[in-house]
Design a protein around this ligand. Structure first.
Ligand SMILES: Cc1cc2nc3c(=O)[nH]c(=O)nc-3n(C[C@H](O)[C@H](O)[C@H](O)COP(=O)(O)OP(=O)(O)OC[C@H]3O[C@@H](n4cnc5c(N)ncnc54)[C@H](O)[C@@H]3O)c2cc1C
Length: 426
């Protein structure tokens, strides 16, 4: 058990916090590993405990889909991003937290093997893939174990294997492309009218429709899956799709069940945090980072988790503030998602809203960028670049001020004008 040893008081928005002498990090994924790295990078020399649930050194998840069929070992975050949990004092990679007690003088995390008491708790338990419990034999893809099972089923199964992917979101599209390239017969079933509709809206999402055909993937949109049974997927319209392997990629839910009763959870299971990633609704020194947290950004509004970049960079902000650092404008991280799917590179900066206006920059059949503007204004809310790396770099620089940038829509829509040159003052 860790002995709490609080040090200097730290003022925080009217609340006086103790600078922690010990920290327990719950979750050994990207956000957990990045937290440990940030603690040590920022000079914290107190006791750090890490609790994980997978029994594996923290590894990177994006390669699980992008390199599904080629990868034979996880990509350790120690190598990928230099985040090494070995910098912690007590690393328990297979000792999942089962509860959090905030009633005592110090927060206490319960596990199957005991209790860890510390001055501060960093919650980084991420998310897990959603799948209806009655869908028998359906697979999901979130962990190395999932990837191994899916790879073996696709690679070592009978010849002419048929994969049905339910959901044409980021992960479904990536796996469909990788599997089709390896000769698997792939059908993707999407309930919305277009792929990526939840993230990009149906109009921009529909730009990706021809990619499926070009990759040899059958795409069915606007149809719902009624049931998954051994050997087949049944659609709402009565169609039966024969399937040797079924991957359900319909989204993820925060892994917060173990926190119920201890902290106020949002309806989707996430934890609302402030600009310092402190959990709202409690005075206890508890921080949430990565996919578990939902933050309100002064620039972008509500920013849910689910993004690699936020899980990597959020912990540095959270740790700096936990250790007494003052707010900085750079704390307001821009949401950023990247994806390699069906032969295309996508980068989304910002957070498009459903009622934003879309300006198209380039040719939707080729290299193209979508620019979202707040309705009827010149305020740019998000940028999606498809195979236009220059716009990726420009977009990153656009979202650094306290407010959304203001751009001349006409110039911004001209693919020959650098995005930066379309920026208007104020
Ligand atoms: C297949 C795949 C591909 C992806 N590709 C991209 C991409 O291309 N671009 C992008 O932006 N994002 C991508 N993502 C999303 C990105 O990987 C996540 O946003 C990121 O991993 C979130 O990190 P996290 O640490 O918050 O959560 P996680 O990575 O989910 O890690 C949380 C860890 O906490 C552990 N845990 C859970 N409960 C407990 C408990 N009670 N006690 C202790 N430990 C617990 C979990 O086992 C897990 O190891 C992808 C995700 C997946 C699954």
């Amino acid at each position: 058990m860790t002995s709490p040893a609080s040090q200097d008081p730290v003022a925080h928005e009217g609340r006086t916090l103790q600078r922690p002498g010990s920290v327990v990090v719950v979750g050994a994924g990207l956000a957990g590993a990045a937290t440990v790295a940030a603690l040590r990078d920022q000079g914290f020399d107190g006791h750090v405990t890490v609790l994980g649930a997978e029994g594996l050194e923290p590894y990177d998840r994006p390669p699980l889909s992008k390199e599904l069929l080629d990868r034979t070992a996880p990509a350790p975050l120690r190598d990928e991003v230099g985040a090494d949990v070995a910098l912690a004092d007590d690393v328990r990679l297979d000792d999942a937290a089962t509860g959090l007690d905030l009633d005592g003088p110090h927060p206490a995390v319960r596990t199957a093997t005991g209790v860890v008491v510390a001055d501060a708790v960093v919650l980084a338990t991420g998310a897990h893939a959603v799948v209806p419990p009655t869908w028998r034999g359906a697979r999901t893809l979130h962990t190395w174990r999932d990837a191994t099972g899916l790879r073996e089923a696709l690679r070592d199964g009978p010849a002419g294997r048929r994969l049905v992917v339910v959901g044409a979101g980021w992960i479904g599209a990536e796996v469909a492309g990788v599997a089709a390239r390896a000769g698997v017969d792939v059908t993707v079933v999407e309930a919305a009218t277009a792929p990526l509709a939840a993230a990009l809206g149906p109009a921009v999402g529909s730009w990706t429709v021809p990619w499926y055909d070009a990759a040899g993937v059958r795409l069915l949109t606007g149809v719902r899956v009624a049931a998954v049974e051994p050997g087949q997927v049944l659609l709402d319209d009565g169609t039966s799709l024969p399937a040797d392997v079924v991957l359900v990629a319909v989204g993820a839910r925060p892994s917060s069940g173990w926190l119920s009763g201890a902290l106020p959870l949002e309806p989707d299971g996430s934890l609302a945090v402030d600009d310092a990633f402190r959990v709202l609704g409690t005075d206890a020194p508890v921080v949430a980072v990565g996919d578990l947290a939902v933050r309100t950004s002064p620039r972008h509004g509500v920013v849910p988790g689910g993004h690699w970049d936020g899980a990597l960079r959020g912990p540095s902000v959270a740790v700096r503030r936990l250790l007494g650092g003052v707010p900085a404008s750079a704390d307001d991280l821009t949401p950023y998602v990247f994806s390699t799917q069906l032969g295309h590179e996508l980068a989304l900066h910002g957070h498009p809203a459903t009622d934003d206006d879309v300006v198209v920059r380039g040719d939707v059949a080729g290299a193209v960028t979508a620019l979202w503007f707040r309705p009827g204004t010149d305020r740019l809310s998000a940028v999606l670049s498809v195979d236009r790396p220059r716009d990726v770099a420009a977009a990153r620089r656009l979202f650094t001020g306290p407010d959304l940038p203001v751009l001349d829509r006409t110039r911004a829509g001209d693919p020959d004008v650098p995005l930066k040159a379309a920026v208007l003052a104020g």
